[in-house]
Design a protein around this ligand. Structure first.
Ligand SMILES: Nc1ncnc2c1ncn2[C@@H]1O[C@H](COP(=O)(O)OP(=O)(O)OP(=O)(O)O)[C@@H](O)[C@H]1O
Ligand SMILES: [Mg+2]
Length: 337
């Protein structure tokens, strides 16, 4: 029997190990009060071991809240997070919780606010090592700290300084060293470069990529810039007002993103092409356009490409993506003549 393409791809997907699974996660802040806000609204996705999953969306759409719930820094209102098959919300045992906290780390959005100004760099980096008893002697601890400083491109002489003595890029390197100190497997990188100078951003991104390869890390990389996320991510999830509106392989989303909100994000990416301004039009997303009366959900369009839509819209999105792919092929053919 001939297997359908989508089924074959799903079969390939099934063989990959999921290190993280988020199921129907919801977070409502200030429930029952006048300022009630559902920051995360019934989202589900998974992250494969060793990959970078990029979570992208505009400011306030709930990205950091998702990251914080995954790491058990916030409790969800409902839904579950599974890390390496274990339900994170149900870890009761102190030793298991400590093990989870070691294995899953975070690099924070703001390198200025996330480092304790009263602590020396070496103590910031050593904190986790001490907490998880990963060094037996002071000499071992010092050598671990020095090793980590070198790993993130900082000088050993920096160990005795305080955070305020460093630039933003250097502080973010300290934050990265702190996360790596406990030998994690998974890191939530919460907009780790958005507070940095453009000139420094590439350095920090390269460092994160090198470290991922060297240490076989899995990243959940949060950002609001789709072009940056595309550069780094194997797969991308696009968030809009607490919901995941599209999920797929990085290239698929970047070139053939089909949900109107993804298209609006894509249209906001500047281009180096000098003719770009003449033909390019920014697409403004108007949510009411795609809200239908039928139940909306993240539905499979093809392979691992999912779009938030009604059952009746699946055919429409399939066709839309095929048309986009056809148009891209035609352009390529024309260029190759
Ligand atoms: N502790 C909290 N109490 C109340 N509301 C909160 C809390 N944390 C976040 N929010 C609200 O939830 C929404 C989502 O916030 P979140 O920080 O997750 O967004 P984000 O996508 O990370 O945005 P940004 O790109 O600006 O970092 C926002 O409206 C925010 O004001
Ligand atoms: Mg955030």
């Amino acid at each position: 029997m001939v297997e359908k393409v989508t089924d074959m791809e799903s079969a390939a997907e099934r063989t990959r190990k999921k290190i993280l699974e988020v199921r129907r996660l919801r977070k409502t802040f200030n429930a029952g009060k006048s300022n009630e806000l559902t920051a995360v609204d019934d989202i589900s996705f998974h992250v494969y071991e060793g990959e970078t999953f990029g979570l992208v969306g505009e400011s306030g759409c709930g990205k950091s809240t998702v990251g914080r719930i995954i790491l058990r820094l916030y409790a969800p209102t409902s839904g579950d997070v599974f890390f390496a098959g274990e339900n994170v919300g149900q870890i009761k045992d102190k030793a298991n919780l400590s093990s989870f906290r070691r294995r899953a780390q975070i690099i924070f959005q703001d390198p200025y606010a996330s480092l304790d100004p009263r602590m020396k760099v070496k103590d910031i980096i050593a904190e986790g090592i001490k907490l998880h008893s990963l060094a037996q002697t002071k000499a071992e601890m010092d050598s671990r700290v020095n090793e980590l400083l070198a790993l993130v491109g900082l000088n050993v002489s920096h160990a005795n300084r305080y955070p305020h003595e460093f630039s933003g890029g250097q502080r973010q390197r300290i934050g990265i060293a702190r996360a790596l100190a406990v030998r994690p497997e998974f890191i939530v990188c919460d907009e780790p470069i958005s507070a940095l100078d453009v000139s420094i951003q590439a350095q920090v991104v390269n460092l994160l990529q090198e470290l991922q390869e060297e240490r076989k890390l899995t990243y959940l990389f949060i950002a609001h810039d789709l072009s940056m996320v595309k550069r780094l991510s194997d797969r991308i999830g696009v968030m809009y007002k607490g919901k995941l509106v599209e999920v797929g392989a990085g290239d698929e989303i970047y070139y053939y993103g089909a949900h109107p909100y993804t298209e609006s994000l894509l249209s906001a990416i500047p281009s180096a092409d000098p003719d770009y301004g003449k033909t390019h039009r920014r697409v403004i997303y108007r949510p009411e356009r795609d809200i239908k009366s039928e139940a909306l959900a993240l539905r499979q369009i093809s392979g691992d490409h999912y779009v938030y839509c009604g059952e009746g819209d699946v055919g429409y999105y399939r066709e839309k993506i095929e048309l986009k792919k056809g148009a891209a092929k035609k352009t390529l053919d024309r260029e190759n003549i």
